[in-house]
Design a protein around this ligand. Structure first.
Ligand code: BES
Ligand code: MN
Ligand code: MN
Length: 463
């Protein structure tokens, strides 16, 4: 296994160029204008798995974009690792805020990535992180270092809710049977502070529509005499938090798991510099729920955020108008034990109940998923921890993330196995934002660390 470092330095340029080629493909799942590109990307992933050494690769058609399946089974008696990742990416807009075009990858140095980072949509989320596993497999197969069986399941609809993956998983339990699921689609604290993600938040995503008069009105002739849907919507939204930034929806916190003081103290030990945090975002203060630290607010506490709000006239100049309709998209990040369907229902009931006379309100649920927490006393976590310790020279810190990968809780339910989240991105890598990037060092470190996970997991399982 010591040969991994040599293998990487020998093939480094090719590893980078292959990823760059993958990043040139605009696999935006949310926008049908890119549907052909998404399908071509799926084919490219299949080919990459084949070349890396999978004995079987398949394009599994769904009602949406295909799921790529690959496997190399060396011995039925050995453990099986199932790797999950996604080849779809977020839309690139606002495109004018990118320093270089989102689908023309370039390598540039940054403060946190002195060895360079690849700038492109999907560089970190998740093509770069997914491809680390493909290259780690290549190394293990080509150098006869694969210690166990491996299966790959790479989907193309993660960024739009993984609706078809749930069906695929439920219908293919035998095919996907495994001893551990391995995902690199999260982050770590810093390049010199490795961490393993032990929790993900759940999600409920809804769209709301407020309708007032049957047509857009002159804001002079009718202003002050009829409900203005935008005024009403913003007032309703504002009422969803109280003065301490607690969410006011009745029942919202009923099932929220409160952490013990010990657990909170443990969490508080993770390195965090408030000043740098604020500086990186150009803000003069943080903001959030009273009684919790920044790291608690963005991991163990639930949230409610407007993601988009529109209505009325937003073009150049002024138009005096009272719009007939106003809209908003709202996400609620949930913590373990909160059920996303239940929270969606609570939101709907409450939001409809606070609508004043003179408007009608419609709440349309979009998608959602449950949160996830994984204990650290499992073989999978121990193996991952040892792998990081080997390649980073430091024991990784367990850390709960604020992001969501809703399919993870479904994996546990349907496939009855735990997921290990070995993320190598940084929060500052700008996933979902303009100028997304992934450190070259991080990419190669991931490729180096993954084979050790296989090694240690196999050894520990056989004990
Ligand atoms: N990879 C992210 C989730 C993530 C990123 C988790 C960083 C932890 C750390 C994933 O692709 C994502 O964007 N998920 C969405 C939810 C999904 C249902 C669209 C999210 O978290 O907004
Ligand atoms: Mn992702
Ligand atoms: Mn994402």
């Amino acid at each position: 296994m010591d040969s991994i470092k040599n293998y990487i330095s020998e093939h480094k340029d090719r590893f980078l160029n292959e990823l760059i080629d993958l990043l040139k493909m605009p696999s935006v799942s949310a926008d049908t204008a890119y549907s052909q590109d998404v399908i071509e990307t799926a084919n490219a992933v299949k080919e990459a798995l084949e070349k890396a050494g999978c004995d079987i690769t398949e394009i599994c058609e769904t009602d949406g974009y295909p799921i790529i399946y690959g496997e190399k089974i060396i011995n039925e008696k050995l453990p099986t690792v199932l790797v999950y990742g996604h080849y779809d990416v977020q839309p690139a807009d606002p495109i004018n805020l990118w320093a270089s075009p989102p689908f023309e990858p370039v390598i540039k140095k940054t403060e946190l990535h002195p060895e360079g980072a690849i700038f492109a949509r999907g560089a970190c989320d998740d093509k770069g992180q997914m491809y680390m596993h493909v290259k780690a497999l290549e190394y293990m197969v080509k150098t006869d270092n694969l210690p166990c069986n491996v299966k790959f399941m790479i989907e193309g609809e993660e960024e739009v809710g993984s609706n078809n993956l749930g069906i695929f998983v439920a219908n293919n339990k035998e095919k996907l049977a495994n001893d551990i699921i391995l995902i690199s689609d999260t982050g770590m604290i810093a390049n010199d502070v490795p961490s393993i993600t032990t929790g993900l938040r759940g999600l409920s995503y809804v769209e709301v529509e407020v309708t007032g008069p049957n047509r857009d009105l002159h804001s002079g002739l009718y202003g002050g005499a009829v409900a203005n849907p935008i005024n009403v919507l913003t007032k309703m939204i504002a009422s969803l938090h109280d003065e301490n930034n607690h969410i006011t929806i009745p029942g919202f916190y009923d099932k929220v798991e409160e952490l013990s003081t010990e657990e909170r103290d443990e969490m508080g030990k993770a390195p965090f510099n408030l000043e740098n945090y604020q500086k990186a975002l150009d803000i003069d203060a943080v903001y959030g729920e009273e009684g919790y630290t920044t790291n608690e607010r963005n991991s163990i506490r639930p949230t409610l955020d407007v993601n988009g709000i529109w209505g009325g006239y937003t073009g150049e100049g002024a138009k005096t108008v009272i719009a007939s309709k106003a809209y908003a998209k709202i996400s609620m990040r949930l913590v373990p034990n909160q059920d996303w369907q239940e929270i969606t229902d609570l939101f709907k009931t409450h939001f409809e109940s606070i609508a004043p006379k003179g408007v009608t309100v419609e709440v349309k649920p979009h998608h959602g998923g449950q949160g996830y927490v994984t204990p650290i006393n499992t073989l999978g976590y121990q193996a991952a921890s040892k792998a990081y310790e080997t390649t980073f020279g430091k024991k990784p810190i367990p850390q709960r993330s604020g992001g969501s990968i809703p399919i993870v809780s479904l994996f546990e339910k349907e496939l009855n196995s735990k997921t290990i989240l070995m993320g190598f991105g940084l929060d500052s890598d700008a996933i979902h934002s303009p100028n997304e990037h992934f450190g070259v060092w991080n990419y190669l470190k991931g490729i180096e660390t993954i084979p050790y996970f296989y090694k240690y997991f196999t050894e520990m399982t056989n004990k």
